[in-house]
Design a binder for this molecule. Structure first.
Ligand code: SAM
Ligand code: SF4
Length: 325
C-alpha cells in the first residue's frame, strides 16, 4: 500500500514538526508575544514519533524532514534523528541554525543526511527587526559548523520580502556561494500568525530572477522532479540558486508531501483546513492498521492545490510555526 491521492500523486516525503516552540519570532511566521503554545502533554513523545514514522515508511515514505517551530529547541532532537534514520529513510532538517554550532556534529553522527538553514538577511539590525532577536552571529556560526560537519549540499532558505531584504538578494547568493552552499529564495506565503499577508509585500519569483539575472549568467537546470525549487546555475556553475515560487507558480501538481504536527495531527497540505488526529490511536491502544487508515484517508482527501488565488481561499488557522514548514 502507498500514500496515493485522488490525482495519482504518490507521497514519499514526510514532514514531522518536533515542536511549535521557537528561539526566534520571524514576523512572517510568529507573533511577537502571546503565542498560544500547544499543551506540553499534547506534544508527541519520541516513541510516538518513531511509531508513526515506522508506519509511514511502511507506506512508502523515503524522506523524513524534521521541522517546527525550531526543531533544535526540542531537547532530544539528536535522539529523534538517530531513531528515524535507523528506520531507513533519508532524514533531513530545516532549522534556524541557532543551535547548529553545538549540534551539527552530533546530528551528523546520528544520521542526519541534509540540513537547510533559514537566513533572510546578512545585516544585523535587519535580522533583529525581522526575527525580533539579536542572533545573526549565532546563525552564521551554525551555518559554518554545518558546512564543517560535512552537510552537503548545504541549502540556505531566504524568504524574499518587499522593502525588507529584496536589496540583499544578490548578496545572499554571493554569501552562499562563498560557502559552497545553495541559496533558495521562497515566496512569502499567507501563513503568518497575524494573518497580515499581503501579495504586494511578497517579492515574486520572476522579480527575484530578474535581480539575479542582472548580476549572474543564469542557466536553468533541467527537470525539478518533486522538488519545489526551480534551479539555475550561476555563471556556468557549479554554483546554483533555487527559487521556490509557491504562490505565483505553485508546484502542487507534483507535491509528494504529508505533514504531522507536533501534537500528532496529519495535514495533507500546508494550507489544509482539516487535520486528522493520530493521538486517540497512539494513546488509546489503537493498532498500526488504525494509523495506516488515518494516513491513507487523509491523503485520499487531498485537494488538487492550495488555492491561494481562489476567491474562496481562507488562510489556515495554524501559523507556519505550528504546522511545521
Ligand atoms: N524554524 C525552522 C526554520 O526557520 O528554518 C523550521 C521551521 S520554519 C516554519 C521552515 C521554513 O518556513 C523557514 O525556511 C521559514 O523561512 C519558512 N517560512 C515561515 N513562514 C513562512 C511564510 N509565511 N512564507 C514562506 N516561508 C515561510
Ligand atoms: Fe521560528 Fe522558523 Fe518561524 Fe522563524 S520561520 S519564527 S525560526 S519557526
Amino acid at each position: 500500500m502507498t500514500l496515493v491521492d485522488g490525482f495519482g500523486r504518490v507521497h514519499r516525503d514526510l514532514r514531522i514538526s518536533l515542536t511549535d516552540k521557537c528561539s526566534l519570532r520571524c514576523t512572517y511566521c510568529m507573533p511577537a508575544e502571546g503565542v498560544p503554545w500547544l499543551e506540553r502533554d499534547s506534544i508527541l513523545t519520541t516513541d510516538e514519533i518513531e511509531r508513526v514514522a515506522r508506519v509511514a515508511v511502511g507506506l512508502g515514505v523515503t524522506e523524513i524532514r524534521l521541522t517546527g517551530g525550531e526543531p533544535l529547541v526540542r531537547k532530544d532532537a539528536v535522539e529523534v534523528v538517530r531513531r528515524l534514520a535507523a528506520l531507513g529513510p533519508e532524514v533531513s532538517m530545516t532549522t534556524n541554525g541557532l543551535r547548529l554550532a553545538e549540534l551539527a556534529v552530533p546530528l551528523r553522527e546520528a544520521g542526519l543526511a541534509r540540513v537547510n538553514v533559514s537566513l533572510d538577511t546578512l545585516d544585523r539590525a535587519k535580522f533583529l527587526e525581522l526575527t525580533r532577536r539579536d542572533r545573526l552571529d549565532d546563525v552564521l556560526a551554525g551555518i559554518e559548523a554545518a558546512r564543517a560537519a560535512g552537510f552537503t549540499p548545504l541549502k540556505i532558505n531566504a524568504v524574499a520580502m518587499r522593502d525588507v531584504n529584496e536589496d540583499e538578494i544578490v548578496d545572499l547568493v554571493r554569501y552562499a556561494v562563498s560557502l559552497g552552499a545553495q541559496l533558495r529564495f521562497i515566496e512569502q506565503m499567507p501563513l503568518d500568525a497575524g494573518h497580515t499577508w499581503d501579495r504586494g509585500h511578497m517579492v515574486p519569483g520572476s522579480e527575484i530572477l530578474e535581480r539575479l539575472g542582472a548580476a549572474f549568467r543564469l542557466e536553468p537546470v533541467g527537470d525539478r522532479g518533486s522538488s519545489p525549487a526551480d534551479t539555475w546555475t550561476l555563471d556556468g556553475g557549479p554554483a546554483t540558486v533555487g527559487v521556490i515560487a509557491s504562490v505565483t507558480a505553485p508546484f502542487c501538481a507534483a507535491c509528494d508531501r504529508i505533514r504531522i504536527t507536533a501534537d500528532g495531527h496529519v495535514r495533507n497540505c500546508l494550507f489544509a483546513r482539516e487535520e486528522s488526529d493520530l493521538v486517540p490511536v497512539l494513546r488509546g491502544g489503537g493498532t498500526d492498521d488504525d494509523l495506516v487508515r488515518i494516513l491513507t484517508s487523509s491523503i485520499a482527501a487531498k485537494r488538487a492545490g492550495h488555492g491561494i488565488d481562489s476567491p474562496t481561499f481562507v488562510q489556515p488557522i495554524r501559523p507556519m510555526s505550528a504546522i511545521g514548514g
